[in-house]
Every structure is written in structure tokens, then in C-alpha cells.
Design a protein around this ligand. Sequence first.
Ligand code: SF4
Ligand code: SF4
Length: 119
Amino acid sequence: MCDFNCKKLKCADCCGPIPFEKVFYQSVLKFKQRPIVSEREVSSFGEDFIIPVTEDISCCFLTLENSCAIYEQRPQICRDFGNGTHEHLTCPKIEPNGKIRSKKNRKLLTKRIKKNIIK
Ligand code: SF4
Ligand code: SF4
């Protein structure tokens, strides 16, 4: 879920399992919305992260109404998704300027991202 105008779609397709900084995760865990079936621990650049995984492979903080239970405190990766700062955080449905992507645009985007991941 992002900062730009995608609220009308309310799809939350981008709210899958993501890495949370460990201390932060423990501090917001009381807001979890879905049962967690596993927690993967990863370390990167000297920091410890946890990736909680739910049965339906969505973020454990995603409410049943597709909103974020920790919206004001959500991680940077959630704030950046779709805003054009990084290609790997591109929304497949809406452009950074808020325009809904056409089918053709979506196809081209998928092709470009696949190519970048595979290379
Ligand atoms: S950023 Fe894109 S994928 Fe995420 S909720 Fe908005 S429209 Fe859906
Ligand atoms: S923390 Fe909130 S915005 Fe980020 S993936 Fe989870 S539900 Fe979505």
C-alpha cells in the first residue's frame, strides 16, 4: 500500500510478506491481523530482519478490509512502493502519477521487469 493515489483500487496486491526490522516488528506485533504460520529471520548489512508469513501469503498487518493496521508506522519499502523511486517497487496497476495503467502498459512493464530479474 502506497502514498500515491491508489486508494480507489484498494487491491493491496503489494502487501505480501516483507522484511521488518526485528525490534520494530516486535513493537508492532500486537497489531497483527492474521495468524502467522512462520517467521523467517534474515540479516543484512548488520541488521536483523523478520519476514512473517501468513497462510494466505499476505502481510500479517493487512486488515480484512485491505488497509494497513500500522499505516502511520509502516516501513519505508511500503511507503516507496509505486512512487517511482525504484524499478523493483513498481506498481503493476497504477503509474507514479496516479494514472491507471492500460493493459498494454502492464504487459510491457511485466516484460521489462522479468527481463531485468532474469538478466
Ligand atoms: S500500490 Fe499498486 S498493488 Fe499496491 S495497493 Fe496500490 S494499486 Fe494495489
Ligand atoms: S506493513 Fe502495511 S503497507 Fe506494508 S505490506 Fe504490511 S499491510 Fe502493506
